[in-house]
Design a protein around this ligand. Structure first.
Ligand SMILES: [Fe+2]
Length: 201
């Protein structure tokens, strides 16, 4: 999918709604993190990362349900033939849905787990950007607990989601040699000292 296609799909479905600004903020932060990670670990598919980040919440044009918007996004993008981005819509919910939950939610009966680094980056950064503002995993999960009081399906899976998010964030923090949360909270993308080679004069 081209960047223009992702932008058009987001604009067409959001019609100027505030949630689209969150999608743009997630895409910007995911790209920053992707570039930092790509410099030290492995090649990143930046085009896919950006498109998936822009479209991960596209189902919000139907519902803001914390699970349902991912399911709706999956259906919309699948119908349009964008299977990779559709997978991210479903898989970013709760940092992954197992097949039994997926089937119960009206998705195909298979695991929707963010597995590639790009899929996991979108899912993590989504949690680290509340609306358009950088936050921490602790603050975000505490807010999710409060906002979804009474939603037993969501709440019973939230601790597992937090564990998966924390494990991946630790993995990335170790790779880039600094705090992911600090990096996204500032505009400082400079390499961290432990990855800086000897200075050339
Ligand atoms: Fe979402």
């Amino acid at each position: 999918m081209t960047h223009d296609t992702a932008l058009s799909l987001l604009a067409e479905h959001s019609r100027g709604a505030a949630w689209a600004r969150h999608c743009h903020a997630v895409a910007d932060s995911a790209l920053r993190l992707g570039h930092a990670l790509g410099a030290v670990i492995q090649p990143i598919d930046h085009d896919f990362l950006r498109s998936a980040a822009l479209l991960h919440d596209i189902g919000r044009h139907v519902t803001h349900d914390p699970v349902g918007h991912g399911v709706e996004g999956y259906h919309v993008l699948t119908r349009l033939g964008h299977g990779r981005e559709a997978h991210v819509c479903a898989a970013h919910v709760l940092f992954g849905l197992e097949a039994s939950d997926a089937e119960r939610l009206g998705l195909p009966a298979c695991d929707f787990i963010p597995r590639t680094v790009e899929e996991r980056l979108v899912t993590l950064v989504d949690l680290l950007v509340e609306n358009e503002t950088p936050t921490t995993l602790n603050r975000r999960f505490s807010s999710l607990h409060k906002r979804n009081a009474g939603n037993s399906f969501f709440l019973s899976r939230l601790d597992g989601a937090q564990e998966r998010a924390e494990a991946f964030m630790l993995e990335i923090s170790e790779a880039i040699g600094g705090s992911v949360e600090d990096m996204l909270a500032t505009q400082d993308d400079s390499p961290k000292p432990c990855h800086t080679g000897p200075r050339k004069r």
